[in-house]
Design a protein around this ligand. Sequence first.
Ligand SMILES: *Cc1c(COP(=O)(O)O)cnc(C)c1O
Length: 229
Amino acid sequence: MYIQDQLNEIRAAIAAAEKRVGRPAGSVTLLAVSKTFPVSDIMQAYADGQRLFGENRLQECMEKMPQMPADCVWHLIGPLQRNKVRKALESGVALIQAVESAKTAAAVSRIAGELGCTARILLEVNVDGEESKHGFTPDELRASWSELTALPALDIRGLMCIPAPTETPEGARPAFAALRALAEELRARGPLPLPELSMGMSHDYAVAVEEGATIVRVGSAIFGRRDYH
Ligand SMILES: *Cc1c(COP(=O)(O)O)cnc(C)c1O
């Protein structure tokens, strides 16, 4: 019952956060991050109505997908290596969340074109501007925007971020606000509606909802502590 209790608690907390800031109920989608957890755990979430799952690694995602009912929807949330783009596009994942550079975006568009499909993606933004981190810095994204939006086989749905860990959930608020502001700026520039903002994890998803997240990515708060061994 642990997983179902946790899920229900998180759903209630998301609804409460939506209400606090006057967002319509149901504006936010809960993505259950199932990386490292066995299919038996994922099935418990499924039994409680969860359909959207996120995996970090393509290989693990592709192993789990056929073991789960076909009405599950999968997002790839980990960094996408360029040599795995074709496999990712053929895997059936609904959204590739973490396209982190113009080079990767161009590769995704080119290969999607070859496969005759359009790739649904989010662009990962390095909102903290830390050198070591993945993603476009806000200035890189501004500079590549015209080039990115011209890529023919790409459906850029929005932005995602993984801010540096903070001691308190409040600590992440400036990063979330910055991602939202950047999305608003790019929307104003056009031509894309950019409906999705993927931000907030177990520790800080409620703050992310207050700052406009449309997808929160929650793992350990649903499934428990991860054991990487
Ligand atoms: C693991 C992971 C999460 C979930 O983290 P939790 O703290 O367990 O909620 C969210 N987003 C990404 C990109 C992740 O890799």
